[in-house]
Write a protein that binds this ligand. Structure first.
Ligand code: SF4
Length: 121
């Protein structure tokens, strides 16, 4: 009786692990996509202090939500605006989804990001 329970528990765990394995892989892929590939960019990414001052968010969709919620730091947000079409952004040649922002002391920001100093190109 005890052996059956143990065997049943083993199979439950084994099949459970197999069932979630593809989702873990998908999560890893998304996490990798959200980070720059090169160490040079990672080491020069916008830091917390600068990000805080600018109210930077790595995804403009977040700025849109904050704007809709009435957060005054995001009142200037306009649909379609993001770092990639900001005049302070200079896309990296190797990884164009990341770029240097002169407003953030040439730190790297995500092209999909946004901050309150946004200026249209
Ligand atoms: S100034 Fe422009 S490029 Fe820099 S973080 Fe703000 S929106 Fe992005």
């Amino acid at each position: 009786m005890k052996t059956t329970n143990t065997r049943r528990q083993f199979f439950k765990l084994a099949f459970g692990a197999l069932a979630i394995a593809p989702f873990v892989r998908v999560a890893e892929v998304f996490a990798a996509a959200a980070m720059p590939k090169s160490e040079a960019i990672k080491s020069k990414m916008i830091n917390d202090k600068t990000a805080k001052r600018l109210k930077y968010v790595a995804d403009a969709a977040e700025a849109k939500k904050l704007n809709a919620s009435g957060d005054k730091n995001y009142k200037k947000f306009k649909e379609g605006s993001n770092c990639a079409n900001c005049k302070f952004y200079k896309a990296d040649k190797g990884e164009p989804e990341w770029g240097k922002c002169t407003m953030a002391a040439n730190r790297y920001v995500a092209g999909a990001g946004w901050c309150k100093s946004y200026r249209e190109k």
